[in-house]
Design a protein around this ligand. Structure first.
Ligand SMILES: [Zn+2]
Length: 195
């Protein structure tokens, strides 16, 4: 048989469904099977419909394919109705307002965090550095004062004892000056670095 296009043959697509359902018999079945062997379009249609039937058959006869809960439709409808009535009511509106307020707060917090990163953190760093420098300087002054007090006390006691006391005092002042020299140089350098 010569292959012809479906238009020329006048394909009966309902024959495909009838064939699948086993409704064709006798001469009609023979004619259709002959046509099927010659017509690629009807063969393809038959394949498609058979696959669809197989899928549907599997879906409806396999007990675990669709495991919808009991009263599924009723429960969904009830939920939808409930949500809608809540949306119309005051509590839902208040909840929406609260949500908006929360979102606004979060936005402000984020903005605040950004501002802190951009403005406050550098300022705090400057303050902290300045503070630690001041602390350092104060500590140095305090240490020097304490050392001086101890030395003066020792020197005074030395001067009070015997004739060698004065020489001892001079020697002490000289030693103190020598020991203070590195400290003075260091603080001078530090002052230059701060400036
Ligand atoms: Zn055909």
């Amino acid at each position: 048989m010569k292959l012809m296009s479906s238009d020329q043959q006048g394909c009966q697509l309902e024959d495909v469904a009838a064939y699948l359902d086993g409704e064709l018999s006798g001469p009609a079945l023979e004619t259709f099977e002959e046509h099927l062997a010659a017509c690629a379009d009807c063969a393809a249609e038959l394949r498609t419909q058979r696959q669809l039937l197989c899928t549907l058959d599997f879906a409806f006869h396999e007990p675990y394919f669709f495991e919808l809960p009991r009263d599924f439709t009723r429960v969904v409808a009830a939920h939808a109705e409930n949500d809608l009535s809540l949306m119309r009511g005051w509590p839902e509106r208040r909840r929406a307002l609260q949500l908006c307020a929360g979102l606004a707060l979060v936005s402000f917090a984020l903005l605040g965090a950004a501002a802190r990163t951009l403005v406050f953190d550098p300022a705090r760093t400057v303050l902290r550095v300045t503070g630690s420098l001041l602390n350092l300087m104060w500590q140095a002054v305090y240490d020097a004062g304490m050392g001086l007090a101890v030395i003066v006390r020792v020197a005074g006691r030395a001067a009070a004892f015997g004739p060698h006391g004065l020489w001892l005092l001079v020697a002490l002042v000289f030693i103190i000056s020598l020991s203070l020299l590195p400290f003075l140089i260091a603080s001078y350098h530090r002052a230059q670095i701060v400036e």
